[in-house]
Design a protein around this ligand. Sequence first.
Ligand SMILES: [Mg+2]
Length: 190
Amino acid sequence: MKFGFDIDDTLIDLRRHAFHLYSKKLNKSIGEDLFDKILTVEIHEAFGMTSEEGSKMWNDSMEDIYFTDCPSYEGAKEVLQALAEEGHEIYYITSRPKGYCEQTREWVKAQGFPVVDERFFCGMKDHEKIDIIKKLQLDVYVDDKPAVLNTLTGTNTKVIVKNQSYNQEMECTRLLNWSEFNGLIQNATS
Ligand SMILES: [Mg+2]
């Protein structure tokens, strides 16, 4: 089977990592409990920033956010490794900016995720992911953003949403923890 995965906030805990980096940079310690209450993909509001200030902060911090020690979600790596070992095709589809694609691919590899270079897609806009997903005829695709997943209704791809505060309204198969993934797939394919 062909499995596609978004990276940020699907396989790795990027927003939380950025939240910690912001706290350090701005010297503002904001409780971890507040992080879970942020209902937008963007995190700047929790730091009292306008969306303009937030964009600037994100852009200025991007290298640190992307390429330091952002943790993967527990079990994600192992799930993908097992799929690859079983002979399934693993695709990564990330809308990180074009300039960071190669570095991102190497970073993902270095974290221990199974990466085949030709199956790593990067640098498209969120709404353009559907073109690649359709072209690849993915059996399963996992992402966290409603803006992406909503474009996939009506396709043959089984869509799974990685649970986040900002996607609670999505009505599709929901992945709370990576330990549940195989169970969700069995239901999908039986
Ligand atoms: Mg994402």
